[in-house]
Design a protein around this ligand. Structure first.
Ligand code: CMP
Length: 481
């Protein structure tokens, strides 16, 4: 049995005892009334009747009070909780008790003093009204604000709210006659008077609602946004109290002075624990960034010292680029030296997931090799995109337009963060001149890819599809003999 249950049981016992006692007193009073009347008559002749009415009124008054309490407990304690699923607000219970008790008391008073018109006493006393009005100005203000708060039902016990001029935030513990009682996250109890609360905007984060939080951090400009999004989302989605129902959002909120400024939006299971969960999310971000070689930004000043290019002209990650090009099938006929030259002439570009590297129909004078990541080749049929192929690291694309001078035949879209090496017309021309085999092997590959595109509605006008025809058009385009 919980402490709450045993307290309720004790209260119930006291209540039964009190009712029994008052009942007994009333019984005794009525039983001995004739005797008391004779006794009193001997001392205060003629006034015994009005003297006997006072204890009678008191006893009936107490009994009325107990009856109202019993009704209150049955109506709100049991019926309200079982039928509606939550406890009746204190304010509603109190209003009910006052109205019921006043009505009962009027009734009892009328029975005992039928000659006194209580209604007239209250309604005709203007001064009484003024006094009551002035004395209860604030109280009544709070009372009516409380009633309107209950009528609107903007929040319930257990919700987190921000209320009042000082913007107190905490969990609602109760709404009384006078005030809203909230427990702040420092475990303080704050009472915001109902009339104050009613004047200000109240921010409510309902308990049964998926409430969101924002957490901020910043990374260096050199860190990849796509990677950061992936790493952070993975790091936080299974953190305690982070809701699994909605995937957290990780997005760039600003390109700041020295940092890419990020915002994490996540949803909580239990909003009342948002401080702990924010902290956990920040902690997870720290570890995830560290594990993945990403860095938090802090105020920095970057001085760029431009160095003369190296003797070979190969970029810093040159060996990686050379290795990549050596593995590309169409460049197989090239010597090591030629591949190095090609690497030096290539430019690296990074595309975000979903970005278009090549758009069908554009003019193009370069081809690309996928260095890191993946791309998708799409053609448009009747306004709908059809995926033709996925190209991985070491695959190439864009050769058709480069080698034939025709418009791009397809869209190529980055599927994830993708680094491509771009090789232009000028870089290829000397290679064709020194390597006649190259033009031939390329013509075979283009012919093969054309077959993949055959389902397209309109063919490229005047485009050759046979390797021999393609070879001729390559030779023509590059001015080869
Ligand atoms: P280009 O026409 O210059 O631009 C679009 C590129 O998509 C095209 O060159 C090819 O490199 C590539 N492409 C077209 N069809 C296919 C396919 N079936 N398989 C792989 N790549 C393709």
């Amino acid at each position: 049995m919980t402490a709450r249950d045993s307290r309720a049981k004790n209260r119930f016992l006291v209540y039964i005892l009190a009712t029994a006692l008052v009942g007994l007193l009333l019984y005794l009073f009525y039983a001995f009334e004739p005797a008391m009347r004779t006794d009193l008559g001997a001392h205060v002749a003629g006034r015994e009747d009005s003297l006997l009415k006072i204890p009678k009124l008191v006893l009936w008054g107490v009994l009325s009070y107990l009856a109202v309490r019993a009704l209150n407990a049955t109506l709100f304690g049991a019926v309200f909780r079982f039928r509606r699923g939550y406890e009746a607000p204190t304010l509603v219970r109190n209003i009910f008790s006052i109205v019921a008790f006043t009505a009962l008391f009027f009734f009892v008073f009328n029975r005992i003093y039928p000659e006194v018109n209580l209604g007239a006493v209250f309604t005709t006393s203007a001064i009484f009204g003024v006094i009551i009005g002035l004395a209860l100005q604030d109280t009544l203000g709070n009372f009516f604000s409380g009633i309107s708060l209950h009528a609107d039902r903007p929040f319930q016990v257990g919700d987190v709210i921000t209320v009042g001029q000082q913007k107190h935030t905490g969990v609602v513990e109760g709404i009384t006659w006078r005030a809203i009682k909230i427990r702040t996250f420092q475990n303080h109890v704050v009472l915001v008077s109902n009339s104050n609360a009613a004047k200000e905007a109240i921010e409510v984060c309902p308990r049964e609602n998926l409430n969101a939080r924002l957490v901020f951090f910043g990374t260096l400009y050199t860190d990849s946004p796509a990677k950061t999004i992936h790493v952070v989302r993975e790091a936080i989605h299974d953190a305690e109290n982070v809701s699994r129902k909605i995937t957290p959002i990780v997005r760039i909120r600003n390109l700041g002075e020295f940092a890419i400024e990020w915002e994490i939006k996540y949803w909580l299971e239990d909003y009342a624990k948002y401080n702990d969960t924010d902290a956990l999310v920040r902690q997870r971000v720290w570890y995830a960034l560290r594990r993945n070689g990403l860095s938090f930004a802090f105020p920095t000043r970057t001085i760029h010292v431009e160095r003369k290019s190296t003797a070979t002209g190969i970029p810093k990650n040159g060996q990686g680029v050379i290795d990549r090009l050596l593995a590309v099938e169409i460049f197989a006929p090239l010597s090591a030296e030629e591949t190095e030259k090609l690497a030096a002439a290539s430019a690296s570009h990074v595309f975000a997931p979903g970005e278009m590297v090549i758009r069908a129909g554009d003019q193009g004078s370069s081809m690309f090799v996928v260095h890191n990541g993946r791309v998708q080749v799409q053609v448009t049929e009747n306004g709908k995109a059809r995926n033709v192929a996925v190209l991985n690291e070491g695959d190439f694309f864009g050769e058709m337009a480069l080698f034939t001078g025709e418009p791009r035949t397809a869209n190529v879209v980055a599927l994830e963060e993708t680094e491509v090496l771009e090789i232009g017309h000028a870089a290829m021309k000397p290679l064709f001149e020194s390597n006649p085999d190259l033009a031939e092997s390329i013509s075979y590959i283009i012919a093969e890819r054309r077959v993949g595109l055959a389902a397209r509605q309109e063919e490229i006008p005047g485009a050759a599809s046979e390797p021999a025809g393609l070879l001729n058009s390559i030779k023509r385009f590059f001015g080869l003999g």
